[in-house]
Design a protein around this ligand. Structure first.
Ligand code: 6PG
Length: 478
């Protein structure tokens, strides 16, 4: 039943695609009076009529929607990231009053969020750019929420966000990430890590498939893994995917799905940001690039008959050994992926003076979001124990896992290489590990080359750092 009291609506949402619909139903279910607006009014009408028993008011006019809200007004925008967000904000500005709050809950680029934050701040309006993760189900039942903006803006929406977010051990999966674009930035890296996790799982699948495992066997393996240190949403859904048969062909559905990956851009943004900050995120990069290569299906179909590889798959391992080794390679690579993503967050946070708390960020990823995983408890502990941790690999718990896994990890990467199975994220992760743990890389030769052709100078191992040397290298005559 509609609440007929004079109390105005507590929260308004613009954009009734599935995420918006589910999010506002979630808000309503926590006892808040809600208002909704969609550019096409028929969508609003349909949505409201489907939920007659909810405290959900639909509006045809944006001004009526705004007027229906309790002050300070809280308006959440759930529209496609990009210019559509600006269009909605432009329409809202003349209707709102000082102290009212706009929240952008889409996957906006953090630099857009910073610009919008500045523009709205200049008009006396509050703005929160918030990552919301968890897909459609998360939006309805409890997402992980990554809000960014001034503390004063966060405070306005805090009770609602804490009410609607997922809970782990009774704690809400939402925290004020930091000012400006920090929330959307951390969501972007979350997505980069999501790409990494997904690709690593796909590489395990590629190896299993090449080795002749059936989809039923793979369903069991992933199910078992979900009851281990690998427990996570993505492992769980992978097990479920392998169980589904295609009703048309009676084959496993996975076998008839086209092997061309889509992407909406957050992974590519992460890759660009890694380069801008000179932070190595090679596992995430490999994952983004694997999606790009997968999309070149037409070229791959030609190349399969042109470019040679090993003729048939060969491995001496029995199935149990194979599974155990791939599991170690997957978990070790996953640790590397998170180490890289968190390193990027740390570096960027320092550059932007966002004062980010990596322990709290890992903590709100434990539930609700796509990358939720049991091991985020251990990452949380690692940063709570040592907020200055330079790299996750050096945390005692993760160091032990990497040391224990490294031999199997190498064998799996070697197998992929020798058998012609592309495992770019497994191998990028291992190369990162091997580079990081090496105290003498071949960069001495690189420095010599730079000094040879450009007199760029070099430091010496036997002299203090910061002293620069140049050699008169012999001339080369072509
Ligand atoms: C989430 C997801 C969600 C969406 C991404 C990924 O955290 O709920 O990350 O935001 O699935 O946009 O999309 P692409 O794989 O299409 O880039």
């Amino acid at each position: 039943m509609q609440d007929k009291s004079t109390h105005k609506n507590d929260f308004g949402l613009i954009g009734l695609a599935v995420m918006g619909q589910n999010l506002i139903l979630n808000v309503e279910s926590r006892g808040f009076k809600t208002a909704v607006y969609n550019r096409t009014y028929s969508v609003t009408e349909k949505f409201v009529s489907q939920h007659p028993d909810k405290q959900l008011q639909g509006f045809e006019e944006l001004s009526d929607f705004v007027q229906s809200l309790e002050r300070p007004r809280k308006v959440m925008i759930m529209v496609k990231a990009g210019p559509a967000v600006d269009v909605v904000i432009e329409k809202l500005i003349p209707l709102l009053e000082e102290g009212d709050l706009i929240i952008d809950g889409g996957n906006s680029l953090y630099t857009d969020t910073e610009r919008r934050s500045q523009e709205l701040g200049g008009k006396g309006l509050l703005f929160v750019g918030s990552g919301v993760s968890g897909g459609e189900e998360g939006a309805l039942k409890g997402p992980s929420i990554m809000p960014g903006g001034p503390t004063s803006s966060w405070k306005v929406v805090q009770p609602i966000f804490e009410a609607i977010s997922a809970k782990v051990d009774g704690e809400p999966c939402v925290t004020h990430i930091g000012k400006g674009g920090a929330g959307h930035y951390v969501k972007m890296i979350h997505n980069g890590i999501e790409y990494g996790d997904m690709q690593l799982i796909c590489e395990a699948y590629a190896l299993f498939k090449a080795a002749g495992f059936t989809t039923d066997e793979m369903a069991t393996i992933f199910d078992d893994w979900n009851n281990s240190e690998l427990e996570s949403y993505l492992i769980q859904i992978t097990a479920k995917i392998f169980e589904i048969q295609d009703p048309e062909t009676n084959q496993p559905l996975i076998d008839v799905i086209m092997d061309k990956a889509g992407q909406k851009g957050t992974g590519q943004w992460t890759l660009i940001n890694g380069a801008e900050n000179a932070v190595v995120i090679s596992t995430i990069n490999a994952a983004v690039e694997a999606r790009i290569l997968s999309s070149l299906k037409a070229q791959r179909v030609i190349a399969v008959n042109e470019l040679q590889g090993p003729s048939e798959f060969n491995s001496d391992w029995d199935k149990a050994t194979f599974v155990a080794k791939v599991k170690k390679a997957l978990f070790a690579s996953k640790i590397i992926s998170y180490a890289q993503g968190l390193d990027l967050i740390k570096t960027m946070g320092e550059a932007k003076q966002w004062d980010l708390n990596l322990g709290n960020i890992a903590k709100i990823w434990r539930g609700g979001c796509i990358i939720r995983a049991a091991f985020l408890n251990d990452i949380t502990k690692a940063y709570q124990g040592n907020p200055e941790l330079s790299n996750l690999m050096l945390d005692p718990y993760f160091k032990d896992i990497l040391n224990d896994s490294q031999q199997a990890w190498r064998e799996v990467v070697a197998l992929g290489v020798s058998q012609g199975i592309a495992i770019p994220a497994f191998s990028a992760s291992l190369s990162y590990y091997d580079s990081y743990r090496n105290d003498r890389l071949p960069a001495n030769l690189l420095q010599a080359q730079r000094d040879f052709f450009g007199a760029h100078t070099y430091e010496r191992t036997d002299k203090p750092a910061g002293e620069w040397f140049h050699t008169d290298w012999p001339e080369v005559i072509d």
